[in-house]
Design a protein around this ligand. Structure first.
Ligand code: ZN
Length: 485
């Protein structure tokens, strides 16, 4: 049975979807105003691993991963400028051109690290009608109020507002500073905007829609939605009032997801999410990876240093989703070596296993045991690192090569390292650890030089390896392979 850590109850719980065999999953996707850094890509990979795990375990999954292309202000709360507009001004483009551009880059990165396509990739600006409907319902029910600047959710109407974060409400109210541009008509500093009118600091908003809401300063109610209402409205439209799993980064717990719960549950009177999953961050030198801190590395930078995008995926597999993972180039180098080795061993097993012999009973039992071990790892709150370790155990075991290969390919449905594809093309390669020591040292030295951009020296080493009887080839994705000439 699959066990997952539910942030709401702070417990490991047995996962049971509301409808047997079917899982509805909403994953908060990127705000598409800039290239996503690899910390964001890790978060998206954790959602991908959840989907792959659920499918491996036999569930049908409806997976929504949205794009926020309006309404996410520079703070996660109600202050600052819309990030899309900032992007538009920076690049002299329209907000929707910015969204198109960065969705294209994100989707290309997502494909390179082998993220499965979600069932729905909902774009917030295409669901404005649903957002307006939801805000209207909350106004009608008395959970919201209008001021001249915005339509706010009234948190005093929603008991248990801080249930997800576990924070003390009184402390939060006391601690809430006066926002940069405070609305004097706001009833509580914690009330949050679901609709911003096109007035005040947002008078120059580039993206806006008419609405039925009333403001003396925005005659036709024109404005734009807040970030939180977007996820509530899109998940209701695509997955229904109650969803099985909602995932996002831990930073979403105190504001974004807390506000989503308040809106969705106040409107429907039903539980919004049955299992809340939150992934920890990728950190650099123990600090959160962030564009603002200059530590927001992109996949393009990773590739320009000679790494295969799937080496980054392999690196992500080496830490659980609830663990903070520290990024260093050395750690990525280790991951790249691990991936190359895994590919080579998979290719070798495939090559040796082309002629099959029947499995003896004890070997059959062993195959079953490894399969169970892999499943146990997944079911234990997605312990992917243990699943990956099982692959290495399989490779070291005395199971016949063909059956080893089959197991690896089966596990790769979750791991997503494209082992079958690489095995079919690389079974003549030599694993670097199998090289004679002098050749091995040259090979790794050469990879290091390429990563540092020292291609002249790297070319010299290729020549030396050639004299020793080895052919080195650099693949288009920045990796290097070696074989006997
Ligand atoms: Zn969201």
């Amino acid at each position: 049975m699959l066990k997952l850590y539910n942030t709401l109850t702070r417990k490991i719980e047995t996962f049971e979807p509301a409808n047997m065999g079917e899982v509805s999953f909403y994953h908060c996707g990127p705000t598409v105003y800039w290239t996503q850094h690899i910390g964001n890509l890790r978060g998206m990979t954790m959602g991908d691993l959840l989907v792959r795990t659920l499918r491996y375990l036999g569930y049908t999954v409806t997976h929504v991963r949205n794009y926020t292309d309006v309404g996410h202000l520079s703070s996660d709360a109600d202050t600052g400028e819309d990030k899309m507009e900032r992007g538009a001004k920076r690049e002299g483009l329209k907000p929707q051109e910015i969204a198109d551009k960065y969705i294209r880059i994100f989707e290309s990165d997502a494909a390179e690290i082998n993220l499965l396509e979600p069932t729905h990739k909902s774009r917030a600006t295409q669901y404005i009608g649903e957002m307006i409907d939801l805000v209207s319902e909350l106004l009608a029910k008395g959970n919201a109020y209008e001021t001249d600047l915005a339509v706010y959710f009234d948190i005093s109407t929603f008991p248990g507002y801080t249930a997800l974060s576990g924070q003390n409400l009184d402390d939060l109210v006391k601690g809430a500073g006066r926002a940069e541009v405070e609305d004097p008509a706001k009833r509580s500093p914690l009330d949050f905007a679901m609709w911003f009118f096109r007035t005040g600091i947002h008078v120059g908003a580039l993206q806006y829609w008419p609405s039925p809401f009333r403001s003396r300063l925005a005659p036709d109610g024109s404005g734009f939605p807040g970030w939180h209402i977007e996820c509530s409205a899109m998940s209701r439209k695509l997955l229904g009032a109650t969803i099985d799993i909602h995932m996002g980064g831990v930073e979403h717990i105190p504001i974004h997801h807390t506000n989503e719960i308040a809106q969705s549950e106040a409107a429907s009177g039903k539980k919004f999410v049955r299992y809340w999953l939150h992934n920890e961050h990728l950190v650099v030198d123990q600090g959160k990876m962030a564009k603002s801190a200059g530590t927001g590395m992109t996949l393009t930078e990773v590739k320009s240093r000679g790494f295969d995008p799937l080496a980054l995926r392999y690196f992500f597999l080496s830490a659980g989703y609830r663990t903070r993972q520290n990024f260093t180039w050395d750690a990525l180098t280790d991951a790249a070596r691990g991936l190359i080795e895994l590919r080579i061993q998979a290719a070798r097993a495939r090559g040796l296993g082309l002629e099959r012999t029947a499995l003896s009973e004890d070997k059959l039992a062993k195959v079953d045991r490894y399969r169970q071990q892999f499943t146990d790892a997944l079911e234990s709150d997605l312990n992917i690192p243990a699943g990956l370790a099982t692959c290495w155990e399989v490779l070291k075991s005395n199971i016949p090569p063909g059956d080893k290969y089959d197991l690896l390919i089966e596990f790769d449905r979750v791991l997503g390292l494209n082992l079958a594809e690489s095995a079919e093309t690389s079974d003549k390669l030599i694993s670097p650890p199998d090289l004679p020591a002098d050749a091995q040292a040259l090979f790794f030295r050469r990879q290091e030089l390429r990563r540092q951009g020292n291609f002249t020296e790297a070319d010299k080493l290729r020549g030396e390896l050639g004299k020793m009887g080895f052919t080195v080839r650099d693949t288009p994705d920045g990796d290097s392979t070696i074989r006997k000439s």
